[in-house]
Design a protein around this ligand. Structure first.
Ligand code: DGY
Length: 322
């Protein structure tokens, strides 16, 4: 019988994904879900044919350089891949893959949850009620803003950005976007293209960040750019925290320049800037954009489809990064 390929699985996986891993591979699982250091990643990969990783694993050029020769593919259980040095992988002949497409709706749903929560002061309302401070209904209690008629600016109009736009149309919002390239008309669906982020910011009553984190987008929402947003705007981020200058965003939320923010992602997760915690106008979630049962299974299966293609079928990986 042919030997099953060995996979180093760096984090605990959903049960259905672990079942498929055990069926088809000699899987080195991580039942405790402890995050491995770079040294541990390298040591545990000894003799492995592939790795199934998450965005908490940093695949730096140093890690790639020290991985055993046996590793042919690194499949990440995520659409974002800023944690993988893809060029270093390619240079060493290691295939890197991600899981695009399968978490679009779940992430767009959370973007909308954040937009609604920020616009309607959900954190303050929840806190008032749970802390027994609700004295009864009155006409000016916890007033938020309507979404209908407001301009939604989408920074990054890929699959998730487009899914946010579809939802926003249902809420009667006007859609604007900035993307590296303009979408074909049928995908634009009436949205207004802005060739620069600066131009988009000026019309964004609500800004939704849906772009990938790259060296170019890191810290892109800084004090200068926040100043371009209309007074009282809302900022929502379901992409990556490192695109936002935290001190600038916190300052704008404190000063009232911005009405509110909704954040699912943070620089340095899980060690977010603690100042966010004291802001009543920041609605905060712990990176749960793709956290549905169905989506997490699909992410695992997509990562496995990539591993299977290369290690079981000798075929190109469907979601190769490069
Ligand atoms: C993704 O898929 O990129 C999610 O943010 C999880 O890391």
């Amino acid at each position: 019988m042919m030997r099953k390929p060995t996979i180093l699985v760096t984090r605990r996986m959903p049960p259905a994904v672990e079942a498929r891993l055990k069926r088809d591979y000699d899987a080195r699982l991580n039942p405790d879900d402890r995050i491995y250091s770079s040294e541990e990643l390298i040591a545990k990969a000894a003799g492995a044919d592939g790795m199934l990783i998450c965005s908490s694993d940093k695949i730096t050029p140093e890690v790639v350089a020290h991985l055993p020769e046996s590793v042919k593919i690194i499949a990440t259980f995520s659409v974002g891949y800023e944690h993988i040095d893809v060029m270093a992988c390619e240079a060493r002949g290691v295939i890197a893959t991600n899981t695009p497409g399968v978490l679009t709706d779940a992430t767009a749903d959370i973007a909308f949850l954040l937009i609604l929560a920020a616009a309607r002061r959900a954190y303050e309302a929840q806190t008032m009620l749970r802390q027994g401070q609700w004295t009864g209904w009155h006409t000016t209690m916890l007033l938020g803003i309507d979404l209908a008629g407001k301009r939604l600016g989408i920074f990054g109009m890929g699959r998730i950005g487009q899914a946010v736009a579809r939802r926003a149309l249902g809420f009667g919002m006007e859609i604007h976007y900035h993307n590296r390239s303009r979408l074909p008309q049928e995908l634009e669906a009436g949205a207004t293209y802005h060739p620069t982020l600066e131009s988009l910011l000026q019309v964004s009553d609500v800004l939704s960040i849906n772009a990938p984190s790259t060296p170019e987008t890191r810290n892109i929402l800084n004090a200068e750019r926040i100043a371009l947003l209309p007074d009282g705007a809302i900022v929502v981020n379901t992409a990556r925290g490192d695109m936002v200058d935290d001190a600038a965003l916190i300052g704008a939320l404190r000063s009232g320049k911005l009405r509110a923010a909704g954040l699912d992602v943070f620089a340095g997760e899980p060690n977010l800037n603690k100042e966010y915690l004291s802001l009543p106008n920041a609605y905060l979630l712990p990176h749960i954009g793709s956290a549905t049962i169905e989506t997490r299974d699909r992410m695992g299966f997509t990562a496995l489809d990539n591993l299977d293609a290369v290690l079981l079928h000798g075929r190109p990986a469907p979601n190769r990064l490069w």
